[in-house]
Write a protein that binds this ligand. Structure first.
Ligand code: FES
Length: 123
C-alpha cells in the first residue's frame, strides 16, 4: 500500500494574519490558532493551552513562541511544546506557504472530512 500523501488545504493569505499576531481558524475538531512571526513564518497550533486550556490565539507572539494569556506559559510555535520548566504540548499542524498563501496539512488523526469542516479565519 502506497504511503498517504499529505492533504494541504488553503486557509488564507499570509497577509490576513497580522505580523506578530494571530488569527483563528474554526474547525469541527477544535479551533486552530494561526501565528505569524516577525519574519513572516506562519505556525498553526490547536487553540488550547496544554496547561488549563487558555486560548493561545489571545497570547503574545515573540520570536517563535507564544505566551499564554492566562498564566504566561511559553509555548514553542515550531513544536507546540511548553518551554521548561513547564510540561505539555499543544497539537501542531504542518504549514506550507506558497505564493503568499497559507496551507495547512491534516492527517488521519484529524478526522475524516477535514476539508468540509474547516470554517473561516477570524480575528
Ligand atoms: S492556561 Fe495557559 S498558562 Fe495556564
Amino acid at each position: 500500500m502506497a504511503p498517504t500523501q499529505p492533504i494541504w488545504l488553503h486557509v488564507c493569505a499570509v497577509n490576513a494574519i497580522p505580523r506578530l499576531g494571530t488569527r483563528v481558524l474554526t474547525h469541527a475538531g477544535g479551533d486552530i490558532a494561526l501565528f505569524r512571526t516577525e519574519s513572516d513564518s506562519v505556525f498553526a497550533l490547536r487553540d488550547r493551552c496544554p496547561h488549563k486550556g487558555g486560548a493561545l490565539s489571545q497570547g503574545i507572539v515573540h520570536g517563535e513562541k507564544v505566551t499564554c494569556p492566562l498564566h504566561a506559559w511559553n509555548i514553542g510555535l515550531t513544536t507546540g511544546e511548553a518551554c521548561a520548566p513547564d510540561i505539555g504540548c499543544a497539537r501542531r499542524f504542518p504549514v506550507r506557504i506558497d505564493a503568499g498563501e497559507v496551507y495547512l496539512s491534516f492527517d488521519e488523526t484529524t478526522g475524516s472530512g477535514a476539508a468540509e469542516t474547516l470554517g473561516g479565519v477570524t480575528a
